[in-house]
Design a protein around this ligand. Sequence first.
Ligand code: DUT
Ligand code: MG
Length: 150
Amino acid sequence: MTEVLIQRLDPDLPLPAYAHPGDAGADLVATTEVTLKPGERALVGTGVAIALQDGYAAFVHPRSGLAAKHGVTLVNAPGTIDAGYRGEIKVCLINLDPAAEVTLHRGDRIAQLVIQQVEKARFVEVESLPGSARGNGGHGSTGGFAGVTR
Ligand SMILES: O=c1ccn([C@H]2C[C@H](O)[C@@H](COP(=O)(O)OP(=O)(O)OP(=O)(O)O)O2)c(=O)[nH]1
Ligand SMILES: [Mg+2]
């Protein structure tokens, strides 16, 4: 377990919390009420700012319950919180439901924060890359999409 310095920007709202001991994501709450029409998006505050150690990043992930029940997800999933970022963590919500608008209230859990160690790369330019079993195959090269027959 790593310690993360956190600043509460909205004293009446809870800090991010893990719902269960084994959870990867700590739930983030909304600072404001927001109503999203179908297809609409909004940037919503969470009332917290963090300072991660170098070598770490935090990722803002959608909540599967909001996605499955209401079609609400994140435009930029997962959002990347850089170790050097000291501003409020914000969540770019979008309503992908084709028909129903949705209202999220202040204090509702709208996303979850996953803290991870990350590698920095030193990019080494080469004329050609070493071979591999996959080679250039991608974007469905292995076939077999469920329900699709051609
Ligand atoms: O879901 C997100 C994604 C990002 N951020 C904050 C933290 C992050 O460190 C900063 C920049 O994010 P990113 O690099 O993804 O955005 P950008 O469009 O490249 O902006 P910038 O030019 O500021 O890097 O914005 C959030 O609060 N929520
Ligand atoms: Mg950036």
